[in-house]
Design a protein around this ligand. Structure first.
Ligand SMILES: [Zn+2]
Length: 662
């Protein structure tokens, strides 16, 4: 036998608390002690873990839920369940833990049958676009399509989830655009903000909240209050620091008004953020800077701004990154950035376009638009809550909120590093739980899509009721998820003509023709099953599993989802061709109707599986199969009810492009 007693003197530090392993129990095992007021670090693992509290009391924090525990409590953590053990009492909390690997249980945890968000409200944000132009396919393929498909999939799985964005009116790009167009900043912002909303509608991206920062009456005072909380935290301080000015106009230079070599990677970059390496710059650290107004070398001077010494908050960022889905690319950016000795970030700038702080020290400055956005997200949630009758407030965000951000890599620093620190400073009682989904740049004919240079295919050029599903499919398949990808009109046309019309539609129309010819246009019931029939059913189930995995938060990839949809059609076509000869020979009708029922099941699975990516197509396909529009994600592959009216022959799902796009 084994007898092992808790010995406070034999512990050593692990997972942020004191632990000692116990050997020989047949599973991993350890004693643990959490001091009063202490807590283990937030973590998740593949082992199943059993915890027995033997002394003290505290709370187990699992996801957003807190469970009180005391001596005599037993708890079990499923694989990957994020958990923290907190001591809320005044004496040591002592526990014994046992943990073991159970692969089947781990796989089951990784593939839940409903939304992994449970009952929590989920707020999905696509980056608020800058109203200095309309949206092009580069924008649409990135955060907007990503967020929309994510929300649609989660809704089908029962999540309480909303898509929020807005118009980021106080960007300096708006000022730059207004100069070029000879209009006021506010006119430019209002004009393009409305255009953007319309383009999202054309892309079948409905929004639950669209905050227009320059037009929302409650926004300005609430933002100023948020900024005051930052000032009151004493973490941001008005500081006279080095700055650049235009030698001719004397204008203070930042963002679009200055460019030079990035101090991080050396690439050409604009002020404040490098699109290539993702690191911030302070403008004065640019190599060979050029002032945009005059086109000449800037002159150095001094400006007073509120400055955040971000390097002092590296632990806040690290702790935050333990909680949610934070892609390795973002963790790497944080690790790289915090290798710098100092990272001083001005959070206000001298400008007359933006919102001036309450504070006297803020005179002549505006709250920088990027810190502003950190508040804007919370404000959007509050506004949404007002319409839904929920008491969500920006001043008191709740720990059960799940926030999900979709953005391009050049916004990584702001979203995943700066904002968690601002939240910690302004709202110290809140533990934000945020997932991040990041995309790279989309190129158009080999060059970056660019609003300011007008190098783009605009959403309105290509989107209409006939093209929207094809555009969404093509962008899903080719959007730059892991690396830069290139858009060409030729490739789009090729996919439309050969894949969507030449393969998908051809198969669906042909299937409809066979149902019309042999079964009077209604779905036959399956009869006798051959081993190949059962094999195909298994193949469809595997395809559903792969498609599901590509839409879940952990493995979210529209590249993969679109590839799975296409592969599902390819599977069905191969099966159809193999079975065709028997049908033509006129023999074995019980087996032939099984094959037809299975092809219809494949089409119904396509209708459900395509709903997040191609909602219009999905609804029309379901209708052509005599089925209601797909609103629940399937947990298995089902035959459509025998007798369902099938109108696949008469339905046109995709049409060739009718207008000139170049
Ligand atoms: Zn760089």
């Amino acid at each position: 036998m084994i007898i092992d007693c808790f010995d406070a003197a034999a512990l050593s530090e692990a997972f942020g608390i004191d632990m000692r392993s116990v050997d020989g129990l047949g599973t991993g095992a350890a004693w643990g002690r959490v001091a009063p007021g202490g807590a283990s670090t937030h973590h998740r693992h593949d082992e199943t873990e059993l915890l027995v509290i033997v002394a003290g009391r505290g709370e187990l924090v699992v996801g957003a839920e807190r469970h009180p525990v005391a001596s005599g409590t037993v708890a079990l953590f499923e694989p990957f369940e994020a958990h923290v053990v907190e001591n809320t009492g005044d004496q040591d909390l002592v526990f014994l833990t046992q943990y073991w690997r159970d692969s089947a249980r781990a796989v089951s945890s990784a593939t839940p049958v409903t939304s992994e968000h449970g009952d929590r409200p989920v707020f999905v944000f696509s980056t608020p676009p800058t109203p200095n132009g309309d949206l092009h396919l580069g924008h649409l393929s990135g955060p907007y399509l990503g967020a929309d498909a994510y929300v649609r999939f989660q809704r089908m799985n029962g999540a309480s989830i909303w898509h929020l964005t807005g118009s980021d009116d106080f960007q300096s790009y708006v000022v730059d655009c207004a100069r070029r167009e000879g209009r006021s900043n506010a006119e430019v912002a209002a004009h393009y903000s409305a255009e953007i909303a319309e383009t999202l509608r054309l892309m079948d991206i409905p929004l639950d909240q669209y905050t227009v920062t320059n037009a929302d009456p409650g926004y300005v005072p609430a933002l100023k209050d948020f900024f005051t909380r930052l000032v009151d935290s004493d973490a941001i301080v008005p500081t006279d620091g080095p700055a650049l000015f235009d030698p001719k106009t004397g204008q203070y230079l930042y963002e679009v008004d200055v460019h030079g070599g990035c101090p991080g990677c050396g690439e050409a970059t604009g002020g404040n953020i490098c699109e290539k390496c993702g690191e911030p710059n302070t403008v004065v650290d640019l190599a060979d800077p050029v002032a945009k107004p005059s086109g000449e070398a800037p002159i150095a001077g001094t400006a007073r701004r509120y400055v955040l010494p971000l390097h002092e908050h590296a632990d806040t960022v690290l702790g935050h990154h333990r909680r949610g889905r934070v892609p390795a690319r973002l963790r790497e950016l944080a690790a790289r950035l915090f290798r710098r000795e100092r990272v001083d970030i001005p959070v206000s700038h001298p400008s007359d376009w933006g919102i001036t702080p309450h504070e006297a020290d803020g005179a002549g400055q505006v709250i920088w638009v990027w810190p502003e956005m950190a508040f804007g997200f919370l404000h959007g949630i509050q506004k949404l809550g007002e319409r839904l009758g929920r008491d969500w407030t920006a001043a008191e965000p709740a720990d059960d909120w799940k926030i999900v951000h979709f953005f391009g890599y050049d916004n990584s620093f702001y979203h995943a590093i700066l904002y968690p620190v601002l939240y910690q400073l302004a709202l110290p009682g809140w533990t934000p739980d945020i997932d991040y989904h990041v995309n790279e740049f989309f190129l158009y004919d080999g060059l970056k899509f660019s609003t300011s240079r007008r190098h783009a295919i605009w959403g309105k050029q290509i989107l209409d009721a006939d093209s929207v599903d094809a555009v969404r499919y093509f962008l899903a398949r080719n959007r730059p998820e892991a690396e830069r990808t290139n858009f060409t009109l030729d490739a789009y046309e090729h996919t439309l003509v050969t894949t969507l019309i030449g393969t998908w539609q051809a198969w669906l129309n042909d299937l409809g023709q066979r149902v019309a010819d042999h079964y009077d246009g209604v779905a036959p019931d399956a009869g006798n099953w051959t081993p190949e029939h059962a094999g195909f059913l298994g193949q469809l189930a595997a395809r559903l599993g792969a498609l599901t995995a590509s839409l879940r938060p952990g493995g979210f990839s529209l590249n993969q989802a679109a590839a799975e949809l296409d592969a599902l059609v390819a599977d069905a076509l191969r099966f159809s061709r193999r079975e065709r000869a028997l049908a033509q020979a006129g023999g074995m009708p019980d087996e032939v109707r099984t094959a037809t029922a299975l092809e219809l099941a494949a089409a119904a699975l396509l209708a459900h599986g395509a709903a997040p990516v191609m909602p219009r197509f999905a609804a029309r396909l379901a209708e052509a199969l005599g089925q209601p529009a797909p609103d629940q994600w399937p947990s298995t592959v089902e035959l459509i009810p025998p007798g369902s009216k099938v109108t696949l022959t008469q339905t046109t799902f995709f049409r060739p492009t009718s207008r000139s796009l170049s």
